[in-house]
Design a binder for this molecule. Structure first.
Ligand SMILES: [Zn+2]
Length: 361
């Protein structure tokens, strides 16, 4: 701030305002350039983090649905376990009664010990003391104990799988939260820079116009896909089509968006308005420059608004979501609609491309 005030103060005393003002102008130009670069980096980072967040959310959903699938498979295993367990309990009880009657005159202790066996091997060990049991009884208990054990193991396998999937889902959730927190932090930083831009809006317009006409206005495309400018569906897509007025097959150089007269049109990505003018069949045409991908400039164009509907000026810097215009019916149209184009390249009339490659419709 001090840097800017000193030359201005000098200009008053020395009366050479033209020189000092251009100094101040260069000063703010550098600051704007710096802020723009800073903001572009933030936006690039946001786009990258949005990709990460989306991936992690998708991963979490995949793990969650795997958990549901495993739980579905676990249910019958659990049922099987319960059935086997019940059978085993009944067999134990039956055997207990048998042993009780066999050893009725002796101490009841043996029976109790045998019946409190935790496993088959335990049972066998305790069984060493009681040899008078029949082979079929022995076989019966062994079978039920073994099947119960197998069912229990199977249930454990599913439980382990669920635990593992749950761990992965939680990890994905954490990564998602981390990315979102970073996105929010970057957004806050970016908003601070927006505030700076708003404060210097008039100077920025002048600088942008000068830089644009001299070919010096370039910056990096923020990255990621652009947002849908009308938040509505595509009515007529890009490519060869039967022209609604000429009734012949012609190239449709953009997309027509659903939305009647007055539907708001928002900036799909941050950029600078480089043209807003009457343009033949387009009616009125607004063009926004969004930065370079490699050495190619990326533009979006908006046709058929009435001049009075346009909310932006040439040279104006816009951020994603700013209202730029509204849907009109100016030019060669059969009804009100937005004809929206994406152009990538150089010169006054850069080549049109399929907007779906750049925009998340
Ligand atoms: Zn169209």
């Amino acid at each position: 701030m001090l840097k800017k005030l000193i030359p201005l103060a000098l200009s008053v005393t020395l009366g050479v305002s033209s020189v000092t003002v251009s100094y101040a102008f260069a000063d703010i130009r550098d600051e704007i350039k710096g802020k723009r670069k800073e903001q572009q980096n933030l936006l690039i980072d946001i786009a990258e983090k949005e990709g990460i967040a989306k991936d992690q959310l998708q991963k979490k959903e995949e793990f969650d649905s795997k958990i549901k699938e495993i739980e579905r498979q676990r249910e019958p295993a659990e049922e099987k376990y319960m059935t086997e367990k019940a059978k085993s309990d009944r067999a134990k009880e039956k055997l207990g009664k048998r042993l009780k009657s066999m050893y009725l005159n002796r101490s009841n202790n043996y029976t109790m010990q045998l019946l409190s066996s935790e496993s088959f091997s335990d049972f066998i060990q305790r069984f060493q003391y009681i040899r008078m049991i029949t082979k079929s009884d022995y076989q019966l208990v062994r079978e039920y104990m073994e099947t119960t054990k197998r069912a229990e193991e199977q249930k454990q396998v599913y439980d382990d799988l669920i635990t593992e999937q749950d761990k992965l889902a939680k990890q994905a959730q954490e990564e998602y939260k981390k990315a979102v927190a970073e996105i929010n932090k970057n957004r806050e930083e970016s908003e601070k820079i927006d505030q700076f831009f708003e404060e210097h809006a008039d100077e920025i317009i002048k600088i942008n116009l000068k830089d644009w006409s001299s070919g010096n206005l370039t910056f990096t495309y923020p990255g990621g896909k652009m947002k849908n400018p009308t938040r509505t569906k595509v009515r007529s897509s890009y490519g060869m089509r039967l022209h609604p007025i000429y009734r012949s097959y012609k190239m449709h150089t953009g997309v027509d968006m659903v939305g009647g007269y007055g539907t708001p049109i928002y900036a799909p990505q941050a950029g600078i308005v480089v043209s807003s003018q009457s343009a033949g069949g387009y009616g009125w045409l607004v063009t926004i420059y969004h930065g370079n991908i490699g050495n190619k400039k990326v533009f979006t164009r908006y046709a058929h608004s009435y001049p009075g509907q346009v909310q932006v000026r040439v040279g104006q810097q816009v951020k994603q979501g700013d209202l730029i215009s509204r849907v009109g019916a100016y030019g060669q149209v059969t009804g009100a609609h937005l004809h929206f184009e994406v152009r990538v390249g150089e010169g006054d009339n850069p080549p049109y491309v399929n907007p779906a490659q750049y925009v998340d419709f």
